[in-house]
Design a protein around this ligand. Structure first.
Ligand code: ATP
Length: 306
């Protein structure tokens, strides 16, 4: 009965909040972000961070019991380093980021940050330590300035501008007639995928979390946008323990370690040079990506020829 009651109770709660005129969309997101199955233990402690070092120890996970997604994944992200996860679509890459944010609990093994099991710490302390830049950022129906400031409510206009500059989105915003006061979101200016991702990066720069999870957008970006995003990411991931679900060569080449995930296990690991030399799945993936990029560039050249 609890299984039926819990979700119903949750929906009722959301409904009541709406009825009470809680129109603040970000609060709604906070509510919807919660998986009601995940609860703090009665004796949960705030996460204490020194490094932070992230460890996945023989992690197994499934959404549905018949279909295992992760089948014993182990890796460590040393303090301040970047680990990139690559692999075919559906391999379970984003699942790893969801487990780290504790949207779900592992079904076997453990995930620790500085030796503390995620299941033993409070969710609020965990989530305030992590900055998440998702594939597709949801923008609030408010000004672009507000959307950046959301990373740290109370940040000054100057801090917002500095974060936007570091995220390579400052000049774009300042060229808009109403600059930081420009309304965005469904009812305002529509931003491209690349612009939205840079707004999310600016937000994260303000939040200044000790851990960063980055889910790169798969969509193709032009060379300049890709370069701008890469330099924004370099700023935000510097000296932060970073896990990146990587789709672009530029991100992967710079990672301290790359994990190639396939069929729920880490099939290959190493840095870019070592993995190319290994001449396995990774080497195949990148030669295919390079061929595709070269073909695209040729096409553009032909199109530009008079
Ligand atoms: P992509 O590169 O396409 O984003 P991915 O490697 O990030 O893929 P995941 O999003 O981690 O893959 O998904 C792994 C598998 O789990 C997929 O087969 C997906 O269909 C399944 N899956 C994801 N979310 C859920 C869910 N909430 N319930 C059930 N199955 C899910």
């Amino acid at each position: 009965l609890m299984q039926i009651y819990r979700p119903l109770n949750f929906i009722g709660f959301v409904y009541r909040e709406l009825r009470q005129g809680l129109t603040d969309i970000e609060e709604m997101f906070k509510l919807l972000d919660q998986n009601p199955e995940i609860e703090d233990k009665p004796d949960a402690q705030p996460l204490a961070i020194t490094g932070p070092v992230i460890r996945f120890d023989n992690v197994t996970f499934h959404y549905d019991e018949e279909r295992p997604i992760l089948k014993g994944v182990s890796f460590e992200v040393p303090a301040g380093k970047t680990v990139a996860i690559v692999g075919p679509t559906g391999a379970g890459k984003s699942t790893i980021s969801r487990l780290l944010y504790r949207f779900y609990d592992v079904t076997g093994g453990s995930i620790t940050i500085d030796g503390q099991d995620l299941r033993d710490v409070t969710q609020s302390s965990l989530r305030s330590a992590i900055g998440m830049v998702p594939q597709d950022t949801v923008l609030f129906n408010d000004t672009i300035g507000y959307n950046i400031q959301y990373g740290r409510p109370g940040a000054s206009d100057e801090e917002v501008r500095a974060a936007a500059a570091m995220a390579q989105v400052g000049p774009f915003i300042e060229a808009l007639p109403r600059a930081y006061d420009t309304p965005v979101g469904e009812r305002g200016l529509k931003l491209s995928g690349g612009e939205k991702q840079r707004v999310a990066i600016a937000r994260t720069i303000l939040k200044a979390p000790s851990i960063l999870i980055l889910d790169e957008a798969t969509s193709a970006l032009d060379t300049k946008t890709e370069r701008d995003i890469q330099s924004a990411l370099d700023v935000v991931s510097k000296n932060r323990t970073t896990v990146v679900i990587a789709h672009r060569l530029s991100t992967v080449v710079n990672a301290d370690e790359i994990l190639v995930l396939r069929d729920g296990v880490v099939a290959e690991r190493g840095n870019h040079v070592a993995l190319l030399a290994h001449d396995g799945l990774y080497a195949q993936m990148w030669s295919r990506q390079r061929e595709a990029t070269e073909a695209e560039e040729k096409l553009l050249e032909t199109a530009n020829d008079p």
